[in-house]
Design a protein around this ligand. Structure first.
Ligand SMILES: *Cc1c(COP(=O)(O)O)cnc(C)c1O
Length: 395
């Protein structure tokens, strides 16, 4: 098929809920994707921070073949499977958490965390949840309620009750809402969809203190910033504090759908049998790939830390070169944003024409979330394409 054949078939048969680029991805190797017309792209999107190991990773291939040879892709949670058990052990080891629940997506992980907060709170007269403006937690009803952006709520009222929004990186705005009736505070250590906004150290430390003081659960949504993306296995590990619950997904399943909820000491043993479930949770193939991804974090994280700092410097240099078109660079590791003064969709489209995939975040941020294997020369190539696009940009 050609790109345009795929696009017209899809447009005829899909619901109209996405604004998709007219590109149909066919294959990939390393950092490079190829579309149905044979055009190649350097990938700085990773399927939205999912494809941490790039494309055609040999260990992913081996792990999947091993599962296929054994013949069982799915067991249900009526039974155990060794890969899911091993993946849970590895997650607990990497995060310092105690218990794991597996599901299939970020939104689903946040739903489970929300239910844990409400269940624990129900015995103590706590039902209120504090989340943040410009946050993003997913599209199911609970997760979209947590998402502090009006555009995601429009037309879908009423939202879940007892959820309020404080201002990100503004501890006083949290203090103003905080009392004994708060069950949990939900925060992304780096806001992703909201515009690649890292939390200040004092802000996360302050959230930790407030939650401990008022006996509320501190819940970190690391669906985007976790699993090595910022140069540590989990982003909170930059901050010298730990949450009570952490949610992960995106990169976790190595390209297969997988989400996880990690419970730390204060949130252990909230669920009892029957409280919550996911038919596909702990899927054998997804768990096999999670084991591959998690086993590589030790070696990938130092790379992401140094090369992420390099990418950040290069973006700051772009800001200096294009003061009329770029306003700033921010991010951690391989989760970087370039704040633009010109149309982000126009820059995304122009980069794509020149063979670079990037995407947007918020309304004015160009987001760069390459596979964690991106090399210095990949970064040089990507930045020089963005440089070219900004130089040629017609306002
Ligand atoms: C993508 C994302 C989600 C939602 O994940 P889905 O798998 O699309 O449900 C939740 N939280 C954050 C921080 C995300 O970036």
């Amino acid at each position: 098929m050609t790109n345009s054949e795929v696009v017209s078939l899809a447009k005829k048969n899909y619901m109209n809920n996405y604004a998709q680029a007219p590109v149909a991805i066919k294959s990939g190797r390393g950092m490079i994707l190829t579309d149905e017309d044979g055009k190649e792209y350097l990938d700085f999107v990773s399927g939205i921070a999912v494809n941490a190991l790039g494309y055609a990773d040999e260990d992913i291939r081996k792990a999947l073949l091993e599962v296929l040879d054994e013949g069982v892709l799915h067991t249900s949670n009526l039974y155990y499977n060794r890969r899911a058990a091993e993946a849970a052990a590895k997650l607990n080891e990497l995060a310092g958490s105690r218990q794991v629940f597996f599901c299939n997506s970020g939104a689903e992980a946040n739903e489970a965390a929300l239910k844990m907060a409400r269940k624990r709170g129900s015995a103590k007269g706590k039902s209120r949840i504090i989340s943040f403006r410009d946050s993003f937690h997913g599209r199911t009803y609970g997760a979209v309620t947590l998402t502090g952006q009006d555009k995601y709520h429009k037309g879908f009222a009423p939202m879940l009750p007892d959820v309020q929004y404080a201002v990100y990186n503004d501890l006083d705005s949290v203090r103003a809402l905080m009392d004994e009736t708060v069950a949990a505070v939900f925060a992304e250590p780096v806001q992703g969809e909201g515009g690649i906004i890292p939390a200040d150290k004092s802000f996360l430390k302050g959230l930790r203190e407030l939650c401990s003081q008022y006996d509320a659960l501190l819940i970190f949504d690391e669906v985007q910033c976790g699993i090595g993306r910022t140069g540590r296995p989990f982003c909170f590990q930059h901050y010298g504090i730990a949450p009570d619950i952490l949610t992960a997904a995106k990169a976790l399943g190595g390209g297969l759908p997988m989400g996880a909820v990690l419970a730390f000491d204060r949130a252990a043993d909230i669920f009892s049998p029957g409280d919550h479930a996911a038919t596909f949770g702990g899927n054998v193939a997804a768990a096999a790939l999670a084991l591959v991804v998690l086993s590589k974090l030790d070696s990938l994280c130092p790379h992401v830390e140094t090369e992420g700092a390099f990418l950040h410097e290069r973006l700051e240099a772009l800001v200096l070169r294009h003061p009329d078109r770029a306003a700033g660079a921010r991010g951690l590791g391989f989760m970087q944003g370039l704040v633009l003064k010109v149309s982000v969709p126009a820059v995304v489209a122009a980069c794509r024409e020149k063979g670079l995939l990037v995407c947007s975040a918020g309304h004015d941020v160009l987001r760069l979330v390459p596979p964690l294997i991106a090399s210095r020369s990949d970064i040089d190539k990507a930045v020089s394409i963005i440089d070219e696009v900004l130089s040629e940009f017609k306002d």
